[in-house]
Design a protein around this ligand. Structure first.
Ligand code: GTP
Ligand code: MG
Length: 242
């Protein structure tokens, strides 16, 4: 149905349990099924805090966060996490092998799904170089992989899920511009029916997004497409010129 793959914030404010003041203030937006939506804004403006309310790492202090039309608080934990493929800002790898890292938690993708995820995430070239391929050793914290390789493996992990909503928290800034571009094209093809929420630092990463939200100091200060925002949002213009 049309409600599947939607995310909506209704007047959401958020203060960390140990915090003094709101880090998000009256946030409202709607992401439709299959859309690619981006959040951009300077460091510390609240982007990670915002996406963490969708996954329920934290709960909104006031207002409502809806996934598929239902308040996220009304889902069982595993029910919500099954709907969402999430790539955190800091790629996390565990000691084990590549396959177990992709198939971690409640993920139980088969080999062909894993291989597909490896391919789309542009991990194939460096996974192939490993003597044992998918069984190659991963050290604690993924120390034997570069930052960009870790990022790509954590993208593969999210892609191996049959999620309807994907969240990429600043996932592409650890990649060089060329890899960023190739990867986003591959994602576009793979995810044409999935909803995609991208937190970004570079304008180039989000230029094609259906909707872009500009965040400043916990508030939405601009909303539109790239072209629209260049005409309507000073903060966006500043980011574009930097
Ligand atoms: P970048 O990832 O650097 O681009 O920033 P961001 O836009 O993702 O900001 P984030 O949501 O991480 O932080 C927003 C505000 O919340 C900042 O003022 C942080 O200092 C604050 N913050 C983040 N995590 C915590 C926390 O665990 N406790 C408290 N009290 N504040 C936090
Ligand atoms: Mg962040």
């Amino acid at each position: 149905t049309d409600i599947q793959g939607t995310v909506e914030f209704k007047n959401v404010s958020f203060r960390y349990p140990d915090g003094q003041s709101n880090v998000l203030q009256n946030i409202s937006f709607k992401v439709n099924k299959g859309e690619t939506v981006a959040f951009i804004g300077s460091t510390g403006c609240g982007k990670t805090s915002l996406v963490n309310l969708i996954t329920r790492f934290y709960d909104a202090t006031s207002g409502e966060v809806l996934v598929d039309g239902y308040n996220v608080r009304d889902y069982k934990k595993d029910e919500l996490s099954r709907k969402i493929g999430y790539v955190s800002q800091k790629a996390v790898l565990f000691s084990g092998d590549i396959q177990s890292n992709i198939n971690f938690g409640d993920n139980d993708a088969d080999i062909s799904a894993i291989e597909k995820a490896i391919s789309i995430s542009q991990s194939e070239e460096f996974v192939k170089l490993q003597k044992n391929g998918l069984e190659a050793h991963v050290a604690q914290g993924g120390q034997n992989f570069s930052g960009g390789q870790k990022q790509r493996l954590s993208i593969a992990r999210a892609l191996a899920r049959k999620a309807e909503i994907f969240i990429f928290d600043d996932t592409f800034s650890a990649l060089d511009y060329k890899t960023d571009k190739i990867l986003r094209n591959a994602l576009k093809t793979k995810m044409k029916d999935s909803t995609c929420i991208i937190v970004a630092q570079r304008i180039g990463t989000i230029i094609d997004a259906d909707q872009i939200f500009v965040i400043d100091n916990g508030e939405i200060v601009g909303h539109g497409t790239h072209k629209e925002l260049l005409n309507t949002c000073d903060t966006y213009k500043e980011i574009a010129q930097s």
